[in-house]
Unconditional design. Structure first.
Length: 250
């Protein structure tokens, strides 16, 4: 066998080994992730209501309107409030409503957000303690995703785990798991995961970063196989070495 053939055989073996290693690494990586059955961008919902019953005499907003903290939502004319004021009951203006001496109460938004729904419109009657409107807070966008997992995979979910979020325009942002909940429907365990991301900014990605936008959320599970542990050890060693080098250089 000539040296040329020997070199060809050697490099061929190197290519095969590298290919097998790469495929093994990809397989190991895929074992450590799962894709959502359904997922969407969500925001915290804040109800705007009244402690006094009365008629809504003025409506300042409608569904889809953007509001800031302190913006008026609606004014309620309340005979009960008027009676309390006449009796000398102190009903002070606050961050969430303004009180007038004529017995009207103007309720205000407590967050920056978007009006999701109007429950009692102008001309309608609002009961004491009822919700007049609901505002989505645009300061608290997150992703809520559902997964169908077996018990073994459920045990591999960790708070703080990485979630890759794909928007409809194919843009990807990274988030982390902040809560996990499990419910059983017809014998099937449905795992609901909340993922927070600083990259989710209301109105971003040409308006796609908004409540209700469907997304795909790929969840990273703890990978317990031997190869994954070796890879994790190598990554941790590399991070430690780099950090030590940076400290030494600075």
């Amino acid at each position: 066998m000539t040296w040329r053939n020997r070199f060809r055989m050697f490099f061929g073996l190197v290519v095969v080994v590298a290919l097998v290693a790469a495929l093994t690494l990809v397989l190991s990586q895929r074992k450590g992730e799962t894709m959502s059955e359904s997922a969407s961008v969500v925001a915290e919902a804040y109800p705007v209501g009244t402690d006094y019953p009365g008629a809504v005499v003025e409506q300042f907003v409608d569904e889809g309107d953007q509001v800031a903290v302190g913006d008026p939502i609606a004014t309620v004319q309340s005979n009960a409030l008027m009676q309390d004021l006449a009796d000398g009951v102190s009903v002070a203006t606050s961050d969430v409503y303004d009180v007038s001496s004529d017995g009207t109460l103007t309720v205000k938004s407590s967050v920056n957000g978007v009006v999701d729904s109007i429950d009692v419109r102008q001309g309608g009657y609002a009961a004491a303690g009822s919700t007049i409107a609901t505002v989505w807070s645009t300061d608290t966008l997150f992703v809520e995703a559902e997964y169908l997992l077996d018990p073994t995979d459920y045990g591999r979910i960790q708070k703080g785990a990485l979630v890759s979020i794909s928007l409809p325009d194919t843009q990807r942002v990274e988030g982390t798991v902040t809560s996990v909940d499990v419910t059983t429907n017809d014998g099937t365990a449905v795992t609901t995961v909340r993922a927070d991301s600083e990259s989710l900014v209301y109105g971003g990605s040409d308006g796609l970063m908004a409540p209700g936008t469907p997304v795909v959320a790929t969840l990273q599970l703890r990978n317990d196989d031997a190869l994954a542990r070796v890879i994790t050890d190598i990554k941790n060693w590399a991070r430690g070495t780099i950090s030590t080098a940076i400290r030494w250089l600075t």
